[in-house]
Design a protein around this ligand. Structure first.
Ligand code: GLY
Length: 352
């Protein structure tokens, strides 16, 4: 897998121009979704480097990360005369960068693409690291390829367009990066004031966060080993997210990850001796900002089932976790018994 160029932008005009000029291309396309078109495209539309670009717009949100939207992008590229030397800019959140990256990776067996993530979640996670794909057959990210963008542009100006919930959602992945990297970075993250956002400081934290992910992806691009560290909080988080979806109480991905982090850190305390003080501090921060995911023991069988079906599991029916012995001390491929998982859920729900 090639190395992607992650650009910390101090002005979208110069950084996008430089990235577009570096890639020799015949035609330029911009993919975005209806929400991003309204909120973020105005920050880009006047730039000389995108004049003449053909726009492709898809419906927003993860529900539309489908084969139909993908076909719409392929059709627009085809009708717009795209060749193997064309370039696609994916402007939006994780849904746009995932689907756009997959469209670019497969159209004529692969054209160049640039990610311009506009949400915190996509800046620190989805747009970086080369995972592309769509949801299929009721399963998230079921079909896709590993193929990094030629460039990823991180520009903090877009963060000002986000509401508090979406900011918090992305911040959960940053907390995860803190937990899997160093106590120093984790302390910085817990002391950041999310009620009074200092965007310059947030930009520095985003840069650090992306470096954590880049380091891991570079070591293990196809997730055979250490990349599984990035799944911390996600085994339980995905189960909460799926349960919420089934019960029509939608939760943002990062909120589910934050709640999942509390559960999996509890398991880390019990199984790996993760320090209790660091666990309590993280739990307190998450509780204060993200609240709690409400469920009762009647939900346990379904939650266990959802965890058992997670595509991260190595063996059918056995739940795979990434745990920590301390901050930055990662233990991948851990399994837990049914009793341990239920004890974890008991602990979490007794906290409400
Ligand atoms: N979102 C986790 C990863 O990119 O591996």
């Amino acid at each position: 897998m090639g190395r992607q160029d992650v650009i910390l932008s101090t002005g979208i005009s110069d950084s996008l121009k430089a990235a577009v000029e570096r890639i020799v291309h015949d035609r330029l396309f911009v993919l975005t979704d209806e929400t991003t078109l309204r909120l973020c495209w105005p920050l880009v539309s006047q730039l000389p480097c995108v004049q003449g670009a053909q726009m492709i717009t898809i419906a927003p949100t993860d529900e539309n990360k489908t084969l139909e939207s993908l076909a719409h992008v392929w059709t627009a590229l085809q009708k717009g005369g795209a060749t193997r030397r064309s370039l696609l800019i994916c402007l939006g959140g994780g849904m746009v960068t995932d689907l756009g990256g997959f469209a670019a990776s497969t159209f004529k067996r692969g054209i160049a693409y640039i990610n311009v993530p506009t949400t915190l979640l996509s800046m620190v996670d989805a747009a970086v690291g080369g995972k592309t794909g769509i949801n299929f057959g009721g399963l998230k990210n079921e079909v896709g390829v590993f193929n990094p963008a030629n460039a990823v542009i991180l520009d903090a100006e877009f963060l000002r367009t986000l509401d508090r919930e979406n900011l918090l959602s992305g911040y959960a992945e940053m907390l995860k990066h803190g937990l899997i990297s160093s106590t120093e970075h984790w302390v910085e993250l817990l002391s950041f004031d999310l009620d009074n956002v200092d965007y310059a400081r947030l930009t520095q934290l985003v840069a650090q966060s992306v470096k954590v992910k880049e380091r891991i992806v570079e070591e293990d691009p196809h997730e055979h080993g250490i990349r599984k560290a990035l799944n911390l909080g996600h085994t339980v988080g995905h189960a909460f997210e799926s349960l919420a979806l089934e019960e029509h109480r939608t939760v943002l991905h990062g909120y589910a990850v934050a709640w999942g982090l509390v559960c999996e850190l509890y398991l880390s305390v019990v199984r790996m001796g993760f320090p209790r003080d660091k666990f309590y501090q993280t739990r307190q921060f998450i509780k204060e900002h993200y609240g709690q995911f409400p469920f009762t023991c009647k939900h346990y069988p379904r939650l266990l089932e959802l965890m058992a079906h997670d595509k991260k599991n190595l063996e059918a029916g056995q739940v795979n976790f990434t745990l920590l012995a301390d901050i930055g001390d990662i233990r991948i491929n851990q399994t837990a018994s049914r009793e341990e998982i239920e004890e974890m859920l008991d602990f979490y729900s007794s906290e409400q």
